[in-house]
Design a protein around this ligand. Structure first.
Ligand code: 13P
Ligand code: SF4
Length: 317
């Protein structure tokens, strides 16, 4: 059920949302790609791995999850007795939608010895048939810890190729899915940005095209990019990931200059995820007030999908 955007100033929502959160013992979790005003209001902002950990630890009765559907599903799988609310149930991840249970099972028939490794950016149903989940922060670490020599990696070609490059002794069979905002940013786009900012270093998310990753100075998840930006001596950093990360980068290190591929500052392709931006203060407010947009999953799927997520959390310690 979608919610209607109300015409009220941001401060009004902020105050009302804080009141509702206290009244209802709710916690607000938000991904780094969320709108700045949503990030500012959240109790915790993080990458996919950190958010899964927070979802596992929380004592709140309600989790209002500001992110895309697979993230809300992960929170529900880890907390089946809690109410997980998704402010915009239409906000899915196009890459997660590219992997099907049927297709993954066909691959497993072809490679029966292989482990099925699912990026958390998958549906609960795909997780339910997986051996282990990974995020961009731990994929290389987890795949290298598995005893399997053959890996079916679902659904991201960008991260899959990055894992393959870092673990050359395993056979990685990669599903041909991709993140449209990251993958469509090409090498010519990167060259154009480098040309405009000659003294900048480049940090890129592993969902990017392998050609872009080859030319990056640093490759990592959103939280790893934040760490890199904090510790590098470089003052100018080209950041190839979704533009939502800019907000936290400036908050943490305001004295540096972050260059994102945005339509305004150059003529190449921008890295902007429309569905991540589908959560607003207005729909977060209505969702909490009316306690609607609850994430509901079948119990058997929850039980099966919990195993690979918990296995990931254990292996990534
Ligand atoms: P991370 O924050 O885990 O790097 O994930 C990025 C992403 O695309 C989430 O949809
Ligand atoms: Fe999906 Fe890419 Fe958007 Fe993340 S940034 S939610 S992977 S489409």
């Amino acid at each position: 059920m979608s919610t209607v955007a109300l015409e009220m100033p941001a401060e009004h929502y902020t105050e009302k949302i804080k009141e509702l959160k206290d009244q209802k013992n709710a916690v607000i979790l938000a991904h780094y790609y969320q709108r700045p005003e949503v990030q500012d209001l959240a109790d915790f902002v993080g990458d996919s791995l950190e958010l899964s950990r927070k979802a596992q630890e929380t004592n709140a009765d309600i989790i209002a999850f500001c992110g895309v559907r697979f993230m809300c599903e992960t929170a529900k799988i880890l907390n089946p007795t809690k109410r997980v609310l998704h402010p915009n149930p239409e906000s899915g991840c196009p890459m997660a939608d590219m992997a099907t249970v049927q297709g993954v099972l066909e691959l497993k028939q072809k490679y029966p010895e292989a482990a099925i490794v699912s990026y958390v950016n998958t549906s609960a149903e795909v997780k339910a048939i997986s051996d282990v989940c990974v995020t961009s922060a731990n994929a290389v670490k987890i795949v290298s810890k598995l005893p399997h020599k053959q890996i079916i990696f679902v659904p991201d070609m960008g991260l899959g190729n990055w894992v393959k490059k870092n673990i050359p002794d395993k056979e990685i069979i990669i599903w041909r899915g991709f993140c449209p905002p990251h993958y469509e940013f090409g090498l010519s786009d990167l060259k154009a940005l480098r040309e405009m900012h000659k003294n900048a270093v480049v940090a890129a998310h592993p969902e990017c095209n392998p050609k872009v990753l080859e030319h990056a100075d640093f490759v990592g998840s959103t939280s790893q990019i934040i760490n890199f930006a904090t510790t590098t001596d470089a003052k100018n950093i080209i950041v190839i990931t979704e533009v939502g990360l800019k907000h936290v980068l400036y908050k943490k290190n305001p004295n540096k200059n972050y260059i994102f591929p945005e339509a305004m500052n150059y003529c190449g392709s921008a890295v902007y995820c429309c569905t991540m931006k589908g959560v607003t203060l207005a729909n977060l407010y209505t969702t909490l007030k009316d306690e609607v947009n609850e994430v509901i999953l079948p119990l058997d799927i929850i039980q099966k999908a919990k195993k690979p997520i918990e296995y990931m959390l254990e292996l990534s310690k």
